[in-house]
Design a protein around this ligand. Structure first.
Ligand code: BTN
Length: 246
């Protein structure tokens, strides 16, 4: 059975770009990891800044409906974010670091971001044919550029350094297992691990600019965030429609 398998590169622009360029020739479940990304990409067209040689930056190529990876309907593609976020959170837990998932797929330790993901899916009719799952996990970096609002790393949390290649070998089997089980059980687990679940906190609605106090109640199977305002009104948000005031 094919399993997620890593190839390390010394330097590349972005591991997501590299997997995209080589997608036709790479085996299913190939992973490209880079010591240094010269143009790492984040969400919302941001750059992903990670000091070379200190962090994990890698991307996995996953073809659905092959090699034991179940087919995935386009309407349930959020299951990929769930599987990837839960994998990193489970891995960190095994390393003794408690984390939560800031919807949709940032990993937080208390109020600080330790990991971000950029998942790029290709659809064929009503199904996801393949996904490039890019993960940036802060591992040994202990100082960050001031423009990053609230970063942390495994070393900052635990007080010790890690060997990047060994850590990737511990993380990949967890990701591999979870990519084979996208569905309702994993969805409930995902919701259970959400950052700020069920507590009154402050947000702003990016559609209107309005600030409000509310409680995250749920995430729909299609990936919408369900928030109940302090006044008791239920609101749903798609990605980029809500801003957390931290
Ligand atoms: C975010 O939180 O903004 C998403 C960050 C995703 C970063 C990873 S690092 C590996 C992969 N290659 C990229 O260029 N981006 C992702």
């Amino acid at each position: 059975m094919e399993q997620l398998t890593a190839e390390w590169l010394d330097e590349v622009d972005s591991t997501n770009n590299e997997v995209y360029r080589r997608a036709d020739e790479l085996d299913n479940l190939s992973v490209i990891a880079a010591v240094c990304q010269t143009a790492g990409r984040g969400q919302r067209n941001n750059k992903w800044l990670a000091r070379p040689g200190e962090n994990l930056t890698f991307s996995a190529l996953v073809r659905f409906g092959q090699d034991g990876i179940p087919p995935l309907g386009a309407a349930l593609q959020f299951g990929i974010s769930e599987a990837a976020s839960l994998s990193v959170s489970e891995y960190l837990e095994k390393e003794g670091i408690a984390s939560t998932i800031k919807w949709p797929n940032d990993i937080y330790v208390r109020n600080r971001k330790i990991c971000g993901m950029l998942t790029e899916n290709t659809l064929c009719r009503d199904s996801v044919s393949r996904s490039i799952i890019g993960i940036g996990l802060n591992v040994n970096q202990v100082s960050f550029p001031p423009e990053l609002p609230n970063p942390t790393s495994m070393a900052l949390v635990s007080g010790h350094e890690y060997d990047l290649r060994s850590e990737l070998s511990r993380l990949l089997p967890i990701l591999d297992r979870r990519l084979r089980m996208t569905g309702p059980a994993q969805h409930d687990e995902y919701v259970g691990r959400i950052y700020r679940l069920g507590v009154l906190e402050e947000y702003s609605d990016c559609r209107t600019g309005e600030r409000f106090v509310g409680k995250i109640m749920d995430v729909s199977p299609s990936g919408l965030l369900v928030v109940e305002t302090k006044e008791g009104k239920l609101k749903e948000f798609a990605f980029k429609e809500i801003n957390y005031i931290i």
